[in-house]
Design a protein around this ligand. Structure first.
Ligand code: SGN
Ligand code: CA
Length: 541
């Protein structure tokens, strides 16, 4: 072989290597991007794609029109931080350890962003995370410390605290857009978590929406004035009634209550700048004056409270929907829409006056379910509707599946890629639920349970020992506990054995409950001592 032919072989080989590098680079780029949008406490009743007629969310609805809507997406534990731990780890609360809002979260365990990062994805977390400690698995993180503020919030940017001027929802959207436009590496697929604080309590609307819905009156749900007669002790003893537990200042934004006593809301306005405060007072003062002048009582007062609550709640959602619109528009403009999986969901559902309530926590439908909409033009047909029981437990395995990354053994959820892609109809027929944060704010008792497409069985424990069972087909609002009703004896038996099977399958037990009870009591005891010490120190000063 002469030197010349050797050179041409080298050139051919080099060409082949370059070609294969190029294709693998292309393949890499073909991995789908993931834009995971989540808000906090957004009830499916307030997403217009679900057809409840309360409000309009045209931008969020786009995902259903151009992709899929899930009618029975549920959570494994209806409260903020635990829900986030579940979605990151793909493991139930009693396995990942974050059972309630107070237990620490162990960031050292596997989570799906870490796995995506290790497999060539660029990752970002922007918004509310509600898990203490520096988020692991993200190339960039900008998160609210704890619950965060609606006005002029602080954020932790890769761990460093910075105050922002403006409205939280808008700041989170702007940061998301800035990341997509200016920080995104075009040579890598991305996985971005865009997580709004809104519409979390206490529902402070953006300056531009302070008077939205002023000219509308909303009717509450049919069971707004529920007396819980058909339900159990847990429903009777909660503290989350709009007309009962919501507060004049914090929740209804009155500076003085109808008896003329200051509510303390003035303090919340101290965080506002002059202009924000001026706009706020210009919008709320006339409404508050009119309320006082009307001297409402009884049911009329209950209806006023419902309206004040729901309007502020929906106003904060308007800003969330605007943000979704801006980000979807950007994906279109940048040519990213085709290859990006966009998910919209909430950390759990919420009561919009059903049973008279706000808040969540219970395994009853409105808080057990959560909105879920998803678009991925390459695999999901426009207008898809999925009625199967998917859970937040399934997000991690689903995203890994789309990214072609092996799903770790210990993840307990299932990928719903094939289900939503129309490749299979096979799916689980029951899901398992746990809730632990009691005694605590809103006083929702500890419980666990099983839900099938039609029935639900729950066990409330700790300071009671009560079972509840509902037939969602005959009683979709869950007004009548049928546990012990002879007509349901056979189904009750089946549900009990299904519940035991699931507890065993996922690795849950009464011993777990005992362990988490002790951890919770220890935490409370620690808090009590800290408070005592603080008070003693104050006295000595
Ligand atoms: C705060 C709220 C509660 C809410 C919890 C948990 N009170 O304590 O109403 O249930 O958060 O919410 S507030 O006075 O701060 O508004 S969660 O979404 O973070 O789990
Ligand atoms: Ca929440």
């Amino acid at each position: 072989m002469n030197l010349r032919s050797l050179n041409s072989i080298t050139l051919i080989l080099l060409g082949l290597i370059l070609f294969s590098c190029e294709t693998s680079e292309k393949e890499k780029q073909q991995k789908p991007n993931i834009l995971f949008i989540m808000s906090d406490d957004h009830a499916y009743q307030a997403v217009s794609a679900y057809g409840h007629g309360l409000n309009k969310t045209p931008n969020i609805d786009r995902l259903a029109e151009e992709g899929a809507v899930f009618t029975r997406a549920t959570v494994t534990n209806s409260i903020c931080a635990p829900s986030r731990a579940v979605l990151l780890t793909g493991k139930h609360s009693f396995i990942n350890g974050k059972v309630d809002n107070v237990q620490p979260f162990n960031w050292d365990q596997d989570n799906f962003p870490k796995l995506m990062q290790a497999n060539g994805y660029q990752t970002a977390m922007i918004g509310k995370i509600h898990l203490d400690g520096l988020p692991q698995g993200f190339d960039f993180s900008m998160v609210l410390p704890g619950q965060g503020h609606y006005y002029n919030p602080d954020f932790l940017i890769n761990g460093e605290r910075k105050r922002f001027e403006g409205y939280c929802t808008e700041i989170i959207t702007e940061t998301m857009l800035d990341w997509l436009k200016n920080k995104r590496d075009p040579n890598k697929p991305f996985c971005a978590l865009y997580h709004q604080k809104a519409p979390h309590r206490n529902w402070k609307p953006a300056p531009k929406y302070l008077t939205l819905y002023d000219d509308v009156t909303f009717d509450p749900p049919a069971n707004y004035f529920d007396d819980y007669e058909g339900m159990g002790t847990a429903a009777k003893e909660q503290e989350m009634q709009i007309d009962g537990h919501a507060r004049w200042g914090h929740d209804f934004k009155m500076l003085v209550d109808p008896d003329g006593n200051p509510t303390g809301f003035e303090n919340e306005l101290k965080r506002f700048n002059e202009k924000q405060k001026e706009d706020w007072l210009a919008a709320y003062t006339p409404k508050n004056e009119a309320m006082k002048a009307a001297k409402l009582e009884g049911k009329e007062l209950g209806l006023w409270k419902f309206n004040r609550y729901i309007k502020d709640y929906l106003r904060t959602i308007k800003s969330v929907d605007d943000g979704v619109g801006e980000v979807l528009d950007y994906l279109d403009e940048a040519g990213l829409a085709e290859n990006t999986i966009v998910v919209y969901t909430s950390d759990q559902g919420f009561y919009l006056g059903e049973h008279g309530w706000f808040d969540k926590r219970f395994m009853y439908e409105e808080s057990f379910r959560t909105p879920l909409l998803m678009r991925y033009p390459k695999e999901i047909e426009a207008g898809t509707k999925i009625d199967k029981l998917v859970q937040n437990l399934d997000f991690a395995p689903t995203f890994l599946d789309y990214a072609g990354i092996e799903i770790p053994e210990e993840m307990q959820g299932e990928s719903f890629r094939e289900l939503v892609g129309g490749k299979t109809e096979e799916w689980r027929d029951a899901v398992y639920y746990t809730y632990y944060e009691y005694p605590s704010v809103h006083m929702v008792k500890r419980h666990y349970g099983v839900a099938t497409e039609r029935y639900k069985l729950m066990h409330f424990y700790y300071d009671i020992d009560e079972w509840e069972m509902y037939d969602l087909e005959t009683d979709p609002s869950e007004m009548q506990n049928v546990y012990g009703n002879p007509e349901y004896a056979e189904i009750q038996k089946e549900l009990h054995s299904r519940l035991e099977e699931l507890r065993e399958y996922y690795g849950d037990s009464d011993e777990n409950n005992e362990k988490f009870k002790k951890a919770y009591l220890n935490h409370q005891e620690k808090r009590r001592k800290e408070q005592e010490a603080r008070q003693a120190a104050q006295k000595n000063n």
